[in-house]
Design a protein around this ligand. Structure first.
Ligand code: G1P
Length: 298
């Protein structure tokens, strides 16, 4: 059963500077909670019980956020602020724990995932890249479907979505035998390559940042040499895994928001503001008012 999720959070977030200079980019708020909370909650809704942060000494604010702040809770209790207290306590739902391991060298995503090997042990696990937020708009959630698929078939699951041809060199790109699977469906992969040039990409289906992987990927990662960009790539380890067992590309239903860059972050803030139970109406009215005062240039 998939009960563990690895979240690589050691990166510096240079695309979000200066905001990320002294706080981790994962702690930047999307409306009223840090981006990382959305990712952890997504994992928890998919049945994950252990969150493994692969982190760095400069990013302890993330671990602190998921720890109990006893003095704060006591103060909220004494002041009768029950609603706020419940929200603070719900940051990490009951029965879920957070464990952190350090990535002491920046050798790539594959290396980051391999750092979690002692905690993951001999179990299958999910990987969620924290830059990417996923919103399924209340429909069945993609990560939950991927976990259910893995339990049913045993095939590793790699979430994909189509990107424009000029963007393929920013992502892992998968190759399939036939057509792309319909939304919410999966199909066996026949290839995967990290950040190919547009004219060499096997498709336009990009790896989105959600994976469900068997335990043996850890051994493969330990033997994977540096690839694209001189980094140890998770993509390359998945290519090796494909030679041993079925790996499915899962075509996502939801929408993604890349909070690792400024435009994607802003879009996430706008989007999740319009979904917020208390702020949605006021947020939409503000957006309309702002546009009418500052119309976009023709
Ligand atoms: C990583 C992965 C890549 C994937 C991307 C999704 O790249 O290596 O395969 O498509 O995340 O966001 P990065 O964005 O860290 O360069």
């Amino acid at each position: 059963m998939v009960k563990k999720a690895v979240l690589p959070v050691a990166g510096f977030g240079s695309r979000m500077l200066p905001a990320s200079k002294s706080i981790p980019k994962e702690m930047l708020p999307i409306v009223d909670r840090p981006a990382i909370e959305y990712v952890v909650k997504e994992a928890v809704r998919a049945g994950i019980k252990e969150i493994v942060l692969v982190t760095h000494s400069a990013k302890t604010a993330i671990e602190d956020y998921f720890d109990t702040q006893f003095e704060l809770e006591q103060q909220l209790e004494e002041k009768g602020k029950a609603q706020l207290l419940a929200e603070v306590r719900d940051i990490l739902p009951d029965g879920v724990s957070v464990i952190s391991v350090r990535q002491n060298q920046a050798l790539g995503l594959g290396h980051a995932v391999a750092c979690a090997a002692p905690v993951v042990g001999d179990e299958p696990f999910a990987v969620l890249l924290p830059d990417v937020l996923v919103d399924c708009g209340g429909e069945a959630e993609d990560l939950g479907t991927m976990v259910a698929n893995f339990h049913a078939s045993g095939a590793a699951q790699i979430m994909v979505e189509a990107v424009p041809a000029h963007l393929v060199d920013r992502y892992g790109i998968v190759a399939l035998e036939g057509n792309a699977p319909g939304r919410g469906e999966c199909a066996p992969m026949v290839g995967i390559v990290e950040k190919p040039a547009a004219d060499r990409a096997p498709s336009r289906l990009s790896v989105v940042g959600r994976y469900v992987l068997p335990a043996n990927i850890m051994g493969i990662l330990a033997r994977t040499p540096p690839g694209a960009g001189g980094e140890i790539q998770l993509t390359d380890a998945i290519a090796t895994l494909m030679q041993q067992q079925t790996v499915d590309a899962y075509s996502m239903r939801g929408r993604t928001f890349d909070c690792g860059n400024k435009a994607g972050y802003l879009q996430a803030v706008f989007h999740f503001a319009t979904r917020h139970p208390e702020l949605a109406d006021v947020a939409k009215a503000m957006m309309v008012a702002e546009i009418s005062e500052n119309p976009a240039d023709e």
